[in-house]
Each structure stands twice: as C-alpha cells, then as structure tokens.
Design a protein. Structure first.
Length: 138
C-alpha cells in the first residue's frame, strides 16, 4: 500500500490513499483559524476504531443481528506534554451498540474476532512494525 501526503501550508497536509480519496490532516494549534482536519494522531486512533467497526458490523450482519446504532470510543494514555516522543502507552477501545434483541454472546464474539483476527490496524499496532526512513531531495 502506498499513501502520499502533501504539505498544504502551515501544519496542514493532504493525504491520498490507494482508493484515490484524499483527506486533510491539520496539526495547527492556533486559535486564529479553525482546524482543517483531524491531527495525524487523531487519524491513527480513528483508524483503529473504524477498522474494528467495519469488522464488527459485517460479522453481526452475517449473524443476523440487527444493529440500530454503534459507536466506538477510544481512550488513550500518553506521557505528559513536554515529554517527547509521546506515544500512546495504552488504548482502551469501547464498543457501544444498541439494537433489536442483540445477543451479547454474538457481539462479544464479533468484537473478539475483529480484535484478534481481522483488524489490520490493531494487528499492526501490536506488532510494532519496523519503520525505516529515506530522504529524496529533488
């Protein structure tokens, strides 16, 4: 997978994924203008939630569970500001569902399958992949 991120000025960047759909991230922290998008770290956490949600919704549909609403809240713990880097030291992923006669066992199994087998974002975070850096000056 190749993702391209292009600087758009200040601390705003536009990412283009293989799908071709661009999205904006903005790390600006000034109060003079509204942010143009989430921060990169917010995107990372949202990606974890969305990856799991896609799995859980699909699995529950196959089990004929009727989900009426579903949201995931991710709570993260990081070192205090001023300490760098500030990686997450813990993430809690909370699945909140409502629906007609939802079977708690089916929901638990769907979340477990996503968490342990299907969610590539969770698997990647757990694996702590090797990151290498290259520099090209054109």
């Amino acid at each position: 997978m190749n993702v391209s991120v292009e600087w758009k000025g200040n601390l705003t960047f536009e990412a283009t994924a293989p799908s071709g759909v661009p999205f904006v991230m903005d790390a600006s922290h000034d109060n003079e203008s509204a942010p143009k998008g989430p921060t990169p770290l917010e995107v990372l956490v949202a990606s974890l939630a969305a990856c799991s949600a896609v799995d859980v919704v699909g699995i529950l549909a196959k089990k004929r569970q009727i989900v009426e609403s579903y949201r995931i809240e991710v709570e993260g713990t990081r070192p205090e500001p001023g300490t760098y880097p500030r990686p997450f030291t813990a993430l809690t992923v909370r699945h909140i569902l409502t629906g007609q006669n939802l079977d708690p066992v089916a929901v638990e199994r769907a979340v477990s399958l996503s968490d342990e087998k299907y969610c590539s974002v969770a698997a990647t975070l757990r694996q702590q992949p090797t990151i290498s850096t290259e520099i090209v000056i054109e």
